[in-house]
Ligand binder design. Structure first.
Ligand SMILES: [Zn+2]
Length: 169
């Protein structure tokens, strides 16, 4: 059993992963997978732009690493910590890998598949139902995303103004 301090620690690790993504110009989303003993067996951060690959989400990368580390596709009794509510692809991969608990920070009203747009974890007919625990460091995780997108908008604005000025000269 993970203590509440443990859970905070793992979400902080996921946030550290998100920061690595941000440093590389990626949308800051990070994920960490821990085994039942609390050992970190997989980490990942969003690499969609870096790899030019729509499947390179933080959770997918963490799941692949965890499977490699354990030498099996089943991640039974493992927990996943991710800074943003998983999308349908990642929620599907979480179900397929039999992860037990999913802790996520920010909600994703546009693509969240753990309650925001759909709730894949509670679909009766699927044969595995991960437990979604939402809200751990929600504000901090959401703030990271907000800051990132604000930074992009500011850069775009600055580029536009620089262009305008160059045209006027
Ligand atoms: Zn995803």
């Amino acid at each position: 059993m993970l203590s509440s301090d443990d859970k905070k620690k793992y979400m902080q690790l996921a946030m550290d992963q998100a920061k690595i993504a941000e440093q590389q110009g990626e949308v800051p989303i990070g994920a960490v997978i821990v085994d039942p003993d609390g050992k970190v067996i997989g980490t990942g951060y969003n690499r969609r732009e870096l790899d030019e690959d729509s499947t390179q989400h933080a959770e997918m990368i963490a799941i692949k690493e965890a499977c490699k580390n354990l030498g099996m596709w089943r991640l039974i009794d493992c927990s996943l910590f991710v800074t943003l509510e998983p999308c349908p692809m990642c929620a599907g991969a979480i179900i397929n890998s039999r992860i037990k608990d999913v802790y996520f920070g920010a909600l994703d009203p546009k693509a969240g598949a753990c309650g925001s747009v759909v709730d894949l974890f509670t679909v009766d007919k699927f044969n595995h139902h991960p437990r979604a625990i939402r809200g751990l460091y929600r504000d901090q995780c959401a703030q990271m995303l907000k800051d990132f997108f604000r930074g992009i908008r500011e850069k775009q604005k600055a580029a536009k103004e620089a262009k305008k000025q160059a045209e006027n000269n």
